[in-house]
Design a protein around this ligand. Structure first.
Ligand code: MN
Length: 472
């Protein structure tokens, strides 16, 4: 395929985990409340109802802005973004347009710098539940206003991404930063949603709306690259439009011609006051800034003598994984072994099961048993790799699992196995007595097989020599 100039930028909507909604006091996380029960005149948009600003959500917006190296604006206000859609009972969404909380930041990704255009807060629309199909095919739609008014932070990047893969890495990093800030709960369903804009070779920009899951974002963009380059080959023009990603088919399909920002007719919301973010206020929030993933990766690398790339793999897996690592090291002081087993085996098993460490059965006190058994040569690495899988499946102590399978062999066990082999392989043992080297190799091989490589060849050789010596 010929080289294409690809431009990708993304907008990420993140549900903030404040107690109440953006402009009213309904709970922002209603749990399994009945649909449409966690609502009030404000979030249902009844005439005459008056919104009030959730200060905590604004503070979270500031925290995010600082963490993404943005400038924080001193006077911000809210505007109405007007459009008609069933998920929006007021026919407008209260958001920030003219002056967002934060602007002009960046995220450093190796040698590449991804510009952050802006960070603002707004309200989530209601949730639409499509019946017998998706947005392009459903027969009917149900609406749940429990979600209407949940605080969102919208984070907009510059079109700086060079590939879909880089977008995915960025999202993993962003999610991790937000988790460290304590402003969002990655376990909450649909808590992070992405709109991706992509244009190729100077053509029109296509927006893929509302993608959840980092892998889906990457797939949707890859599909668009194939689709758009195919169109170019056939000399067709890519239209400016909004598309939908079908996660099952892994394809995108047209939703509507993309509207321009001006089409929304933003107006200043007269119900809400201007918010002044004084320098003192911003620095008091800055002072509360927790250790961020980038800093933690650097600290782990220094403190535990770990390769920085390995530290990054642990840290950007999410806060619970980095906590898991540090707790494990406190219980069993072999940071190198522990990080190796986490990065190369534990994470793979968790991924395969689609689990995060926080909702898995894995615990530091049992996990370190595995590393310790390998260190003490009680089990082989090869066996430990198998053991990780059943450990992640069951959460049972690896020591108990290994003992249950009788793979922790004592010296006595090994001597028994080897003497049985001598009896059962009369020809080979006779040849060994006669001094044939090949016979020794053969018997060692048999013993390795039967001990599932628990014993090492030298140990077996010693036992064989002893036993053969005795019997002659
Ligand atoms: Mn938005």
């Amino acid at each position: 395929m010929a080289e294409h100039k690809i431009m990708i930028g993304i907008e990420t909507h993140v549900q903030l985990n404040t107690k109440s909604k953006m402009f009213c006091s309904d709970r922002s996380e209603p749990g399994d409340a009945e649909p449409n029960s966690n609502t009030c005149p404000v979030c249902l948009g009844f005439p005459g109802s008056k919104p009030r600003i959730n200060r905590k959500a604004v503070e979270y917006g500031i925290l995010i802005g600082i963490a993404l190296n943005c400038r924080i604006n001193s006077n911000v206000f809210f505007s109405r973004k007007a459009y008609f859609y069933p998920d929006l009972s007021k026919n407008f969404q209260i958001t920030q347009y003219e002056i967002p909380i934060a602007e002009e930041g960046y995220v450093q990704m190796g040698d590449d710098r991804i510009g952050i255009t802006r960070v603002h807060v707004e309200e989530d629309p209601a949730r639409l539940i499509y019946q017998n199909g998706d947005i392009t095919s459903a027969e009917s739609v149900l609406i749940d206003y429990n979600r209407a008014g949940v605080p969102l932070a919208e984070i907009v990047t510059e079109p700086d991404f060079k590939s879909p893969k880089q977008v995915r890495n960025f999202l993993e990093r962003l999610s991790s930063v937000l988790e460290y800030l304590g402003v969002y709960d990655p376990a909450r369903e649909m808590s992070l949603r992405v709109d991706a804009n992509i244009s190729m070779d100077g053509g029109e920009r296509v927006e893929i709306k509302n993608i959840t899951g980092f892998e889906s974002v990457e797939k949707a963009l890859n599909y668009e690259i194939v689709r758009q380059s195919g169109m170019r080959r056939m000399a067709a023009t890519v239209q400016r439009e909004t598309r939908h990603f079908n996660a099952e088919l892994k394809t995108t399909s047209a939703l509507r011609k993309k509207e321009y920002e001006e089409d929304y007719g933003y107006i200043f919301d007269p119900d809400l006051p201007m918010v002044t973010l004084s320098e003192a206020h911003v620095s008091s929030i800055k002072a509360k800034m927790p250790e961020l993933p980038e800093q933690r990766a650097e600290r782990l690398s220094k403190e535990y003598g770990m390769d920085i790339s390995r530290a990054c793999v642990i840290v950007y897996n999410g806060k619970p994984m980095a906590d898991f690592f540090e707790t494990s090291v406190k219980l069993y002081n072999n940071p190198d072994g522990i990080s190796n087993w986490i990065v190369n085996y534990l994470m793979k098993s968790l991924n395969w099961r689609g689990e995060r460490i926080s909702n898995s059965k894995v615990r530091p006190n049992t996990f370190v048993e595995l590393v310790e058994m390998v260190d003490k040569n009680e089990i082989t690495e090869r066996y430990a790799k198998e053991l990780v899988k059943s450990y992640v499946d069951t959460g049972t102590s690896p020591r108990k699992l290994a003992e249950g399978e009788k793979v922790v062999l004592t010296e006595k066990d090994i001597v028994k196995i080897v003497s049985d082999i001598i009896v059962n392989n009369k020809k080979a043992s006779d040849e060994l007595k006669a001094g044939k080297k090949e016979a020794m190799q053969f018997l060692i091989g048999e013993a390795l097989k039967q001990t599932k490589r628990q014993a090492n060849p030298n140990e077996i050789r010693e036992i064989l020599t002893k036993l053969i010596g005795k019997s002659t």
